[in-house]
Design a protein around this ligand. Structure first.
Ligand code: HEM
Length: 473
């Protein structure tokens, strides 16, 4: 069925993880460097051919024979793509024309000061290779079990080394926890944008659908149906741009360390003011089992699975009495509440800034109360969108790291993931155990960034175009 831009989504051409969560228990990210451009191109082209007998890139078509035992997707950094296309001058659409930045080209390190990657989260503390131009390509291998991962990993690594196509800079493994929990013991993976014409999501919600061009690069004139943001425009003018970009997307591959001990300690230290489970819920906007505060403020209602994401803020909780305006989910997607520059009610001001999240924890599951074992734990996420500046960076810069994004407040930054500057703690406006307003002023920084890389996620045809480009590698 055609979408509002008049074209149907070509699911066979779009990388699968853009439009669907695979819900596999394991992921392995390969951080690669191109050594031999011609061999690298050959491998990318081979993997884009669906009937390839050894492995292939997973597309977004429905699984007619059930879930496959592995899924494979790939992203290229600007350096990697330039290397393969043999030019430094790849012009990308999707940049925010207002500030004339090409976020993809400038990369995650350049964006660090305004997305909150400062202090302990600054690039100088990132894992070695992340944020450097040593990264060219990231493959993500999802698997249903460890044996499959080992087998497919062997095949892939063999392919990487064939004709010295790629060297493996780092491998990062992630694994899911039972019940879709992540560190800090929250259930994750509930809220995702409902994308026009894309296959349905497990948790329906009452927000307006997001037009598919916000996630998939398409041949449309944005100004025609995007009056809220006339600065954002995509124009795929040349044949090369079309071949390379159509049906592609972008992602920020972000690694975030979580201070699991500090988080539990903080909840416990404030138990006289607010029950630890309630405080955990207020910080996030959902109880740790995923039930939303807006629908279930006292954790007494059994919210039906279908309704777990079916709520709004404007009518149900305009002042944040249930779900604090400054909580993590209310900042990262304010839904239909009034925000700076929008009156609220219809969600129009926020729907231009949505992102898809595909993440999994790294490090073993922490047992609360077991003390500091010195093992690093965190979350590795692909934040996927068509415009890194206007979606991914905007959310961090304008909503997560700023207090005044919503009319009338709130103070401080995102209490779960915001950066805490200097010696003073973060500020969080919430209610105490008696329902009275209280302001916590001693929030430590629970999450620190360990690295980020901006990736282009080509379509299957785009990968073949890269492979076939008759240019010296
Ligand atoms: C370690 C870091 C993080 C943790 C522990 C975390 C945790 C969570 C949790 C527990 C939820 C609720 C589950 C759900 O609605 O699916 C959530 C939702 C969400 N998070 Fe995060 N998050 C982290 C980082 C980020 C970052 C960096 C961003 C933005 C770039 C972000 C954006 C979102 C969005 C957009 C939602 C969905 C909100 C909604 O639509 O209601 N998160 N996160």
């Amino acid at each position: 069925m055609p979408n509002s831009s008049g074209c149907a989504l070509n699911l066979a051409d779009i990388q699968g993880f853009i439009l669907r969560g695979y819900h596999t228990p394991f992921v392995r990210h390969y951080i690669l460097r191109i050594e031999n451009g011609a061999a690298a191109k050959q491998l990318l082209g081979g993997l884009a051919t669906a009937d390839d007998e050894f492995m292939h890139i997973t597309d977004a078509r429905p699984w007619l024979n059930g879930k496959p035992d592995y899924c494979l997707n790939v992203g290229l950094t600007h350096t990697g793509l330039s290397r393969l296309m043999n030019t430094n001058d790849i012009e990308f659409p999707g940049r925010n024309i207002a500030d004339q930045r090409d976020a993809f080209k400038e990369g995650a390190v350049a964006a660090a000061p305004w997305v909150g990657d400062t202090g302990q989260s600054a690039p100088e503390y990132w894992w070695d290779e992340l944020g450097t131009d040593k990264i060219h390509v990231v493959f993500s291998l999802y698997s249903t079990d460890l044996a499959v991962r080992a087998k497919k990993s062997e095949i892939l690594q063999q392919a990487f080394s064939e004709n010295n196509a790629f060297s493996v800079t780092k491998i990062h493994d992630g694994a899911s926890f039972p019940g879709d929990l992540i560190h800090f013991d929250y259930k994750d993976g509930i809220a995702q944008p409902q994308i026009e014409d894309a296959p349905g999501l497990p948790h329906p919600d009452c927000q307006p659908q997001v037009q598919s061009w916000q996630f998939i690069l398409q041949q449309v004139d944005m100004s025609g149906h995007f009056p809220e943001n006339p600065h954002c425009t995509y124009q795929l003018n040349t044949e090369t741009q079309k071949a390379l970009l159509l049906n592609g997307s972008f992602a920020a591959f972000r690694v975030m360390q979580q201070d699991v001990v500090g988080f539990e300690q903080y909840l416990d230290q404030h138990k006289d003011i607010i029950d630890p489970e309630l405080l955990a819920a207020k910080l996030c906007g959902r109880w740790r089992d995923g039930s939303p505060l807006v629908l279930d403020p006292d954790h007494k209602i059994n919210v039906a699975p279908n309704d777990i994401n079916n709520f709004d803020y404007y009518k149900a909780d305009p002042h944040g009495d249930r779900c604090p305006v400054g909580s993590h989910i209310r900042r990262s997607n304010p839904r239909n509440q009034p925000i700076r520059g929008s009156a609220g009610g219809d969600g129009r001001g926020t729907r231009n800034h949505r992102i898809i999240r595909r993440g999994m924890p790294y490090g073993p599951q922490y047992v609360p109360g077991s003390g500091d074992d010195g093992i690093e734990r965190g979350l590795m996420v692909m934040f996927i969108c068509a415009d890194l500046a206007n979606q991914y960076e905007f959310i961090l810069k304008d909503w997560v790291q700023q207090g005044d994004f919503a009319s009338g407040g709130p103070a401080g930054k995102d209490p779960l993931i915001g950066t805490v500057d200097g010696h003073e703690g973060g500020v969080f406006e919430t209610t105490d155990k008696n329902g009275e307003p209280t302001v916590l002023k001693d929030l430590p920084q629970f999450v620190r960034t360990r690295g980020c890389a901006y990736l282009f996620l080509p379509s299957l045809k785009g990968l073949k175009h890269i492979a076939e480009a008759d240019l010296p590698g």
